[in-house]
Design a binder for this molecule. Structure first.
Ligand SMILES: Nc1ncnc2c1ncn2[C@@H]1O[C@H](COP(=O)(O)OP(=O)(O)OP(=O)(O)O)[C@@H](O)[C@H]1O
Length: 582
């Protein structure tokens, strides 16, 4: 029962894929024409040979032989021409389907909400977009089309043989089951071994990736030898897998050859006997010898198609799982051009995972233009508050209002355009520092970037990098500390000229000079804007109008920093313990 349901769903997956692939109709028509052409041309040459022998050579009509010779040449040229056309256009078709599928997957990732990413790792997503689509292309597109050509060839050969001589055909076909068996058994082993080599190569690349990404941890714990041992082990397994492929290849192809030659032996023996009896002509026997040799490739193709289909369907399932995921961001809603910047949380509850509230009944009014510092121990829910303001997530219960408008009704895109968000960790995209800042505002020019950096007091710092604003981000990524990268993020935020600013302070301690730079830039960015600082170093709270103290997802204290300190409550204890630590 279960199997039946699986088969049904595999079938509907396949239908869905074929329907999508059919959108590349024009190329497909060329491919199909070339497949048919190729199959006919392939059939023609043995037939022409039979005509040449029986109608011209044996009766001694040498004068007219040139015409048949020309036909034979034409059939060979036809085979070459259609084969070239088929190979090239199958690739064009496959790449077209592949591009469509990959773009769809990539677009899906860009519009997915953050719940989507919780369940899927980066490696998994990359593998689905790169490897799974490749498998689908290799097997479903090239494989199915190739298989279709093979089926056509087989059918054509069998029909041509039947038309020439029924008895001889049956004798020739006697070795086909043996060929199928060899293709199924040894071919299957070979394909499985080949699949294994691909898995081993993927494993090698993941070991290398981990060695590079975790190099500091490996060094710190002196694990170099262990990692090396792991690498050697995987390398050895890869070699073994390749050698297995070599063994099966060595066994398989010669065996297929020999099996197909068995039918040739049968044709020679039985065909020779029939020819001696005068039941068939010499030309027919020669044509049969040629046809018998043409079974091998198509039979292997058809048998391997069934085998590979299983892995292709699994890949297709993984692809559609992503495409059908319903965790997408909804970009509809009111467009807000500008905001005054008043934010209000009304009875907001939030949970990332069902039944585990991270924010509990938050009521908070942030007046327009005010500066609010959010403090609390790690895991208290500070970043989550910022995530909700950005509408990365919506509250599980309750609402957030922006200038009195319910957040859920505002388009996410337009809201985010009005918010300058400086996360704890700055992500630098490939490109220069200039390009990395410019991305924040498509209308800004290079002069604007320089002006903004001067305003923030970080122009000098950027000019000291090896190539100033033209320093590549990859290079800068290695050169820059967390705090310095946050300076780039601050410039990005200011270039947007936002109405609301959210600053998540860099956690790791920054050297005093950079700390001063970051702080000054932060204060500059906050000027005249509603500002929310997630404060890790509590000294920065002195610039805030109001401090919000969060503990276990609830606001437990709230008020001007001075008053809160005088009150000697939770904030006072946090503050003094941090000052003592320093
Ligand atoms: N994507 C997520 N999925 C599930 N739980 C999450 C997720 N992000 C955060 N949490 C949980 O929510 C709680 C609040 O996290 P949050 O990041 O808001 O704390 P924080 O106060 O900002 O901490 P920190 O100072 O360490 O950044 C934590 O218990 C955390 O484990």
């Amino acid at each position: 029962m279960r199997n039946m349901r699986n088969n049904e769903s595999s079938f509907s997956l396949l239908i869905r894929f074929i329907r999508e692939a059919l959108s590349e109709k024009k190329t497909l028509v060329v491919v199909i024409i070339s497949i048919v052409g190729s199959a006919i041309a392939n059939l023609a040459s043995p037939y022409v040979l039979h005509i040449a022998i029986d109608n011209y050579i044996v009766p001694g009509k040498y004068g007219e032989l040139w015409f048949v010779t020309l036909l034979y040449l034409l059939s060979l040229i036809g085979q070459w021409f259609f084969m070239t056309l088929q190979t090239y256009y199958t690739e064009v078709f496959g790449q077209g389907v592949l591009k469509r599928l990959r773009s769809k997957l990539h677009e899906k990732i860009l519009i997915s909400n953050l719940d989507f990413f919780k369940e899927k790792s980066t490696g998994d997503l990359v593998s689905r977009i790169i490897n799974d689509t490749n498998i689908v292309n290799d097997v479903l597109v090239s494989g199915l089309l190739g298989g279709l050509g093979s089926l056509l060839s087989l059918a054509g050969i069998i029909i041509a043989m039947f038309l020439l001589d029924v008895k001889l055909t049956l004798v020739t076909l006697a070795s086909v089951p043996l060929m199928v068996l060899v293709a199924y058994y040894f071919g299957g082993k070979m394909r499985r071994a080949y699949r294994e080599t691909r898995q081993k190569i993927a494993k090698i690349s993941s070991v290398v990736e981990e060695s590079v990404a975790g190099i500091e941890t490996i060094r710190a714990f002196g694990k170099e030898r262990d990692v090396e041992r792991e690498f050697s082990k995987v390398s050895l397994e890869t070699i073994k897998a390749y050698l297995r492929v070599a063994v099966y290849m060595g066994v398989f192809w010669p065996l297929m050859n020999i099996t197909s030659l068995l039918s040739v032996i049968a044709v020679i023996a039985y065909g020779g006997y029939l020819a001696y009896k005068g039941a068939v002509s010499i030309g027919v026997v020669v044509a049969f010898i040629q046809y018998a040799q043409r079974f091998r490739g198509p039979i292997n193709n058809v048998v391997s198609m069934y085998d590979s289909l299983q892995s292709a369907l699994a890949a297709l399932e993984r692809i559609y799982e992503i495409l059908d995921d319903e965790n997408v961001e909804d970009y509809n809603g009111i467009n807000v051009e500008r905001l005054n910047g008043e934010i209000e949380f009304r009875n907001v509850w939030f949970e990332y995972e069902r039944g585990r509230p991270v924010l509990k009944d938050i009521n908070l009014l942030i007046p327009s233009g005010s500066k609010v510092a959010i403090v609390g121990k790690t895991g208290a829910g500070k970043t989550t508050l910022a995530n909700l303001i950005m509408r990365f997530y919506d509250p599980t219960k309750g609402d957030i209002f922006y200038d009195g408008i319910e957040g859920r009704k505002i388009s996410r895109k337009s809201l985010r355009r009005r918010i300058g968000y400086v996360p704890q960790e700055t992500y630098l995209f490939p490109g220069t520092i200039m390009e990395n800042i410019l991305m924040a505002n498509p209308e800004a020019r290079e002069e604007d970037v320089i002006r903004v950096c001067k305003e923030l007091g970080i122009h000098e710092f950027i000019m000291k990098l090896p190539n100033g604003y033209k320093t590549s981000a990859g290079e800068a990524g290695k050169l820059l500390s967390l705090g310095e990268r946050q300076l780039i993020s601050l410039a990005r935020a200011l270039l947007k000229d936002p109405d609301i600013v959210i600053l998540d302070e860099a956690l790791s301690s920054v050297d005093p000079k950079t700390e001063q730079l970051v702080q000054n830039a932060m204060l500059k960015l906050m000027e005249g804007r509603t500002s929310i600082i997630i404060a890790h170093r509590l000294s920065i709270t002195r610039f805030a109008d109001k401090v919000i103290v969060v503990k276990d997802g609830r606001i437990i204290e709230e008020g001007p920093p001075k008053l809160l300190l005088e009150k000697k409550g939770y904030f006072y204890r946090l503050y003094t313990s941090q000052v003592q630590e320093v």
